[in-house]
Write a protein that binds this ligand. Structure first.
Ligand code: EPZ
Length: 426
């Protein structure tokens, strides 16, 4: 398909109401969990993004049928008869590794290509393997393919994760639901998407307790007792945080709907520390700002710490704040590429290992910039909305992975923004 570019004119404001889509980082795992249902699972509030299309392809390759009806997916996994997920799919989306746990939970075996790294880091899966081995899984790497078997079946265990890895927690969870006996995962990831996954697994007949805390306990049940269910994906807290950053940037008032404010406590605390007024309701959050942006220090950490997926968006806020902010990226080893692009727009950022020292400037200048990962891309578009002049954002494939109709939603909030074929710029 012809490359497209986002063209955005600066000195605009974002205000009004926007409804966020379902959470990408939940929906992908809910789709994988449907493997355990052995029938037709119905998922609502599934975002229309390319990663979902890729996960649908992964499931189809395994023998499932996936039918999309708007924001609802009907996934029938009764006929899943393969445990093989090839490199050509895993290399396009490393989240494909999320089928490892459910395939093991259903078949006791799996063959999944080892995922590569990406721009933001090596993205190792050693903790996935250690956790699954504790459940009785034996792994063999065969020419880049991870071959999993369970010679003595899946047995409940007590595992202490050395880092609260989201993916490792999810893969262990989806395998442990059919392991014999009791499993405890200590130092588990606490992200809201983990709780969403556990709620769906329990609706399928699993017995999971403690999801959303650092101790998750699972009573294994026979595979035959698991059944499909109908489930609605939680709202996307990172998409919501992205729009809230846009509202904070330009003053708002901007309201995001379809999100539980409890998912964004740390981000809301930082918005308030930067001089914003933030109001919340059952499923909405409003941000407005009259005062100049105040500088703030941010440490990205596993939930409930500040989300690494909002680091770029808040670096943009810091770039226009009244003083110096220090942003420390503790989750990924290489997630400051956004800074380099932002500096091309006039930001003053000094990188020192995991720290970014951001000195506020009065304004940014529009420029041609490139997305390096989906969150940096989304933040660059926001930068273009407040910069002087015109910004063109390239490599939109990153943004399309995780933001449904990003241009349309921003335009509805007042941005002067459009997508055009790249060759129309010459
Ligand atoms: C999930 O990635 C999200 N992706 C990421 O969102 C998010 O940034 C991340 O969690 C942290 O919240 C999806 O859910 C599809 P981790 P995941 O395992 O599961 C290291 C986005 O923008 N690690 O918690 O891969 C790893 O390299 C994406 O939507 C190991 O070393 O995150 C990373 O540095 C980006 N060994 C850190 O831990 C392992 O076995 C956190 O990884 C596993 C992880």
């Amino acid at each position: 398909m012809n490359q497209e570019v986002i063209i955005v004119r600066g000195n605009h404001t974002l205000k009004g109401d926007v409804r966020v889509s379902g959470a990408k980082n939940s929906a992908l795992k809910l789709m994988a969990a449907s493997i355990l249902g052995q029938g037709e699972t119905i998922l609502h509030n599934v975002p229309l993004i390319s990663d979902i299309e890729l996960m649908s392809e992964v499931l189809a390759r395994l023998g499932a049928t996936v039918v999309r009806e708007g924001h609802t997916l009907r996934i029938n996994t009764a006929d899943v008869d393969s445990c093989e997920t090839p490199y050509e799919l895993v290399s396009k989306m490393r989240a494909s590794i999320s089928v490892l746990g459910p395939l093991i939970g259903r078949f006791g075996e799996a063959r999944v290509a080892m995922p590569g790294g990406c721009q933001i880091g090596a993205r190792k899966i050693d903790m996935h393997l250690v956790g699954l081995e504790a459940l009785g899984v034996a792994f063999d790497v065969d020419h880049g393919v991870l071959a999993a078997t369970t010679p003595n079946g899946l047995r409940g265990t007590h595992v202490y994760l050395e880092f609260p890895s989201v993916g490792a927690t999810e893969n262990m969870l989806m395998a442990a639901v059919t392991a014999e006996g009791h499993t405890a995962i200590e130092n588990a990831a606490c992200e809201p998407e983990i709780e969403d996954l556990a709620n769906m697994l329990n609706a399928m007949g699993a017995r999971v307790a403690g999801a959303g805390t650092s101790l998750i306990e699972i009573e294994g049940v026979p595979l035959s007792t698991l059944h499909p269910c109908e489930h609605t994906t939680v709202g996307d807290r990172i998409e919501a945080g992205t729009f809230l950053a846009g509202g904070a940037l330009t003053g708002g008032p901007l309201t995001v709907h379809g999100i539980d404010p409890a998912f964004l406590r740390m981000a809301i605390m930082k918005l308030r520390a930067m001089g914003c007024d933030v109001e919340t309701g059952d499923d909405w959050i409003t941000v407005r700002r009259e005062e100049p942006l105040s500088s703030v220090d941010i440490q990205t950490l596993p939930h409930p710490g500040f989300p690494t997926d909002l680091q770029a968006q808040f670096m943009l806020l810091a770039a226009l704040a009244d003083d110096v902010s220090v942003i420390t990226e503790n989750v990924f080893e290489n997630r400051f590429m956004f800074a380099a692009e932002l500096m091309r727009m006039g930001a003053d950022v000094t990188l020192d290992d995991h720290h970014a020292i951001v000195r506020g400037v009065d304004n940014l200048e529009g420029a041609p910039v490139s997305s390096t990962d989906l969150r940096a891309g989304a933040a660059l578009v926001l930068a273009g909305i407040v910069a002087d002049g015109e910004t063109s954002v390239h490599h939109l494939e990153h943004i399309d992975r995780g933001y449904e109709d990003y241009v349309g939603k921003l335009a509805s909030l007042g941005a002067d923004i459009r997508r055009v074929p790249a060759d129309s710029l010459r």
